[in-house]
Write a protein that binds this ligand. Structure first.
Ligand code: MG
Length: 262
């Protein structure tokens, strides 16, 4: 007899967490967490988070309620430039990098995270040697998501804004002209290392740039090194995030982070 046509097989249902399911579905373990069955009502509910509001060019948005606000326009207390205090300028509620001021680095360390940051190339920036308006977000002080003015100054694709520098060109170039604010939303999975220092799993990164996906869960091949093949060296599970001083003036506002994972 074809089991599919068996009268008894059609009655094989179960009450599972208040829902009527096939017995097969009820018994199967969740593939994402074997402690729970599929549709298991005993599985912890996600925390309720009040979302933030997006920025416009004229107005600064707000962070989700559970985010750590790293810069809201009032002070640089969450940051250091390695000298004990940040030398970067706070002007009219925005951070402006000071050429030669050193990297601006969070006082707190992070691993897996969601990072939001907004940046602008000043409208009065004058072209100079090199590509100009170079900065970048150094995740774990190791892995750079590039910030660079593209306007009137083409550069190599794996060095453009939104690139994983020297590794992955951005999938698109949605950057706005000088004088306008750009947004980065970065999802980062930190690398894992074995006790002996060997790489267990690499870092991964997704970058959404002005609402456009420019990096889609790409594997990071190692620490950013200009002109050199990237390699990994074991480091702590959590490390600060730095904003690069590359000798150019770049502005920043509305920086927040949501640590993720363990
Ligand atoms: Mg850079």
């Amino acid at each position: 007899m074809n089991p599919a046509k068996s009268p008894s097989s059609r009655r094989v249902v179960a009450i599972c967490g208040g829902l009527v399911l096939s017995a097969t579905a009820c018994a199967q373990q969740s593939q994402s967490d074997s402690r729970y069955k599929i549709h298991d009502m005993a599985r912890p509910q996600p925390s309720v988070v009040a979302p933030g509001t997006p920025s416009t060019q004229a107005n600064v948005g707000t962070a989700p309620a559970d985010a750590i606000v790293l810069f809201d326009g009032t002070d640089l207390s969450k940051w250091s430039d390695g000298s004990g205090d940040a030398r970067w300028r706070l002007v009219d509620g925005v951070i402006e990098s000071v050429p030669g001021g050193g990297y601006l680095t969070t006082r707190e360390a992070f691993g897996d995270c969601q990072l939001h940051l907004e940046w602008m190339v000043p409208a009065d920036l004058k072209p100079k040697g090199g590509a100009g308006a170079n900065s970048g977000v150094y995740l774990m002080q190791q892995y750079e998501v590039q910030i660079l003015r593209r306007e009137d100054r083409p550069t190599y694709p794996d060095g453009m804004a939104g690139a994983i520098y020297g590794q992955h060109p951005p999938l698109a170039a949605p950057d706005l002209p000088k004088g306008e604010w750009n947004t980065f939303d970065i999802l980062f999975t930190a690398p894992r290392f074995d006790e002996d220092g060997s790489l267990k799993t690499p870092a991964y990164c997704t970058v959404i740039f002005n609402g456009v996906v420019v990096q889609n869960h790409v594997e990071i091949f190692g620490r950013t090194a200009a002109g050199q093949p990237p390699t990994y060296a074991k480091h702590p599970d959590r490390m600060p995030i730095s904003i690069q001083d590359h000798g150019d003036r770049v502005r920043f506002r509305n920086i927040w982070i949501r640590p993720m994972g363990e």
